[in-house]
Structures are given as structure tokens and as C-alpha cells.
Design a protein around this ligand. Structure first.
Ligand code: MG
Length: 371
């Protein structure tokens, strides 16, 4: 039985500001849990960021909620992920906090069985294709240079963050220089149906998908937009549960889903969403929240699932950080057949103690004793 749970709220400094349609960040706020068990110390990470800009969740609230939920839910012996899920579903919203508990359940289960998380989740591939993700830069020459660097590094698809005013001309410019590159854009909810002319112009740029163009909580307007466009719409922020995906499918709101374990409440719902996408002929791929190597390794395990159809947003640490909070880092390579891939992690990453101490902004620990 687990004896102790530690929680950390951590601000990880970025090597350069990360600018997207809705925010600009110089550090990524993440929440780490460490569960000390008879099988060793198990780390989980959930990364809602500092303020509720991407989603209603934010790190201070997630940390506080986990101080309430963690000791209670991680003391109990859940016979299955589904049993824990029924308990977590009593809590409304707050998927990032639920995700941390759910992910620790899977990690404890994998440790108990003596297998990797990758195997416990049912992943079959040992490497997953990855793509490049370029933020809003404000300079087209810089944008072209970044895309060229991504192509040179072996990436087969590139995602461009866009917002009204940094979109159509920039995407046309990239398309003109890279006519055959798989390219998609992510609006992070910065558009509305009033921007239909801009969205129709993007529709003519040969994009693989337009990710979350409309509001973070919308399904209905996305269905209207999808009917007006040939380019598939990919939903990210709007899909916070399997139920939301089912509603999106019923409405015709999207043809692709970006699955992030934190946003949907953990591995259990992420697996269900990937499976529902596969059954429904909807594309699915794994996104990220600029996690440390701990959360990124979790995303790799999901990206190796059979139902994944598009390269993941999983990056080498040095893409965003001078130093990763955790080690070992992910391993990437470029293969002639599929381009840039990330290898399934052989070893679960853990924080560097010195960096954890330096970047932690709040910490709590709890002794876990069974009732
Ligand atoms: Mg997105």
C-alpha cells in the first residue's frame, strides 16, 4: 500500500516566449505528483498552465484540488480504471486534476504487473511519427526559416499557430515555398463565424486540417463551419470527454481530434476517445501541453496506440527548454520511410532534484493510510 503522496506546483522557464492566439508565456506551469509505493516512486504530471486561457483549468486550482482528491482517491484500492473513473466523474469539470489521479492509477497498475506504461495502455508501435509546431512569430522570414529548419530535421508535417491578422498571407507564403509539405493550422479558438472569409481563404491553402478555429467550448458553430469548408476541422479544446466527442460526431463538428490526456481527464478517457475515433472513421492524434519529459513520455505511449492517424505534437526538450525538469529525455530519430519519430520510452522519467527544488512554487505531502 502506498505510504506517501507528494504534490508539486512547478514553473518551468521556457527558452523563448511561446506565443499563440490566446496567450504568451515565458514559463509553463505544471503539477507533479509522486506516489511512493512498494514498487518504487511513481511520477505523474498534469500541465494546465498558469491561467485559465487554454481551458478553464489552471495550475493553482488544479494543485489545490489535487490536495483534496489525491490523498483520498489514491489511498483507496480501485479494482479497475473504470471504477476509479466512476468516482472521478462525481467531480464536475477539472479534467487536468482528474488526469493526474487517473494516470497514477495506470502507473501503479503497470508497476504492480511489472510492465511498462506503454504495454499497460495497449500500445503496439515502438515509435510514433511527430510533427513540428511553430508559434506566432510576427516575421515571415523568420517563419520560413523555422519551417525550413523543421523540414531539414526530417519533420513530415508542420503546424502553424494562427490568429486573425497572422494567418492567410503567412500560410500562403509557407505554402508557396513548400508546395508538397503536409501543413495544418491551429487557431486556438480565436475565430468566429464572422471570420468566414478568412477561414474560406485558409480552406484554399491545401491544409491537412484547421485545428480549433472557433470557441473553446463550441460544437455547434464548428458543425456549421465544417459544412462550409472542404478542409477537415480538428477539435482540440472542445473535446473534453468522450461525451463531447459523441456530440461532435452527431453534429458533424469535426473530422479529426487532437487528444491530450490532461484535457480529457487522463489515460482512461483518452483511450476511449481514440477508440471511438477509430470506430467512427475520425482521425486522431496526440497533442501536448509543453510538459516536462514525464508528461511527454506519457504522450508518447498514447501516440503509439493503433488508432492514431497523424503525427503527434511531441518535441525534444530543447525545442522549448534549456533544461528539461526531468530525465531521461525522449529519444528522437529520422527514418527514411516516415520521417521524424519519437521512440517509446524504455524508462520512466523522474525530476532532476535540483531543478525541482529551484522551480517549485508550492509543495504538499500526505501520508496515505488505508481506512
Ligand atoms: Mg491545439
Amino acid at each position: 500500500m502506498a505510504a506517501e503522496l507528494e504534490l508539486y506546483r512547478v514553473a518551468m522557464p521556457l527558452s523563448e516566449p511561446w506565443r499563440i492566439a490566446i496567450s504568451e508565456e515565458t514559463a509553463i506551469e505544471t503539477v507533479l505528483l509522486c506516489l511512493h509505493t512498494e514498487w518504487g516512486s511513481l511520477w505523474a504530471e498534469t500541465t494546465p498552465h498558469a491561467l485559465p486561457l487554454y481551458s478553464p483549468d489552471w495550475s493553482a486550482a488544479t494543485f489545490e484540488l489535487l490536495c483534496h482528491l489525491g490523498p483520498r482517491l489514491l489511498t483507496a484500492e480501485w479494482t479497475s480504471a473504470a471504477a476509479l473513473r466512476r468516482e472521478l466523474d462525481q467531480i464536475r469539470g477539472n479534467p487536468f486534476a482528474k488526469a493526474a489521479i487517473d494516470q497514477l492509477w495506470w502507473k501503479r497498475e503497470a508497476a504492480r504487473r511489472g510492465i511498462t506504461l506503454h504495454a499497460a495502455l495497449g500500445a503496439t508501435a515502438t515509435a510514433a511519427p511527430v510533427g513540428a509546431d511553430i508559434g506566432i512569430l510576427g516575421d515571415r522570414d523568420e517563419l520560413l526559416a523555422r519551417v525550413q529548419a523543421a523540414v531539414d530535421a526530417g519533420y513530415r508535417r508542420v503546424k502553424l499557430k494562427v490568429r486573425p491578422g497572422w494567418d492567410v498571407e503567412e500560410v500562403r507564403c509557407v505554402r508557396d515555398h513548400f508546395p508538397r509539405l503536409t501543413l495544418h493550422v491551429d487557431g486556438n479558438g480565436a475565430y468566429s463565424l464572422h471570420d468566414i472569409d478568412r477561414l474560406r481563404a485558409l480552406d484554399r491553402c491545401g491544409l491537412a486540417m484547421i485545428e480549433q478555429p472557433l470557441a473553446h467550448d463550441d460544437l455547434v458553430d464548428h458543425a456549421t463551419l465544417q459544412r462550409a469548408l472542404l478542409t477537415p476541422i480538428c477539435l482540440d479544446e472542445s473535446i473534453v470527454s468522450l461525451r463531447h466527442l459523441d456530440h461532435a460526431l452527431a453534429l458533424g463538428s469535426c473530422r479529426v481530434v487532437n487528444v491530450k490526456p490532461g484535457r480529457v481527464g487522463g489515460f482512461t478517457p483518452a483511450l476511449a476517445i481514440v477508440e471511438r475515433c477509430r470506430e467512427s472513421g475520425i482521425g486522431a492524434w496526440i497533442g501536448g501541453m509543453l510538459e516536462s519529459a514525464i508528461g511527454a513520455a506519457d504522450c508518447v505511449a498514447l501516440a503509439c496506440l493503433a488508432g492514431i492517424t497523424y503525427p503527434a505534437d511531441i518535441f525534444p526538450s530543447e525545442r522549448f527548454y534549456e533544461r528539461d525538469l526531468a530525465a531521461p529525455g525522449l529519444r528522437f530519430e529520422t527514418r527514411p520511410d516516415v520521417g521524424r519519430v519519437v521512440l517509446a520510452a524504455a524508462e520512466a522519467p523522474a525530476p532532476d532534484p535540483e531543478l525541482l527544488a529551484r522551480w517549485t512554487t508550492a509543495r504538499r505531502s500526505f501520508a496515505l493510510t488505508a481506512a
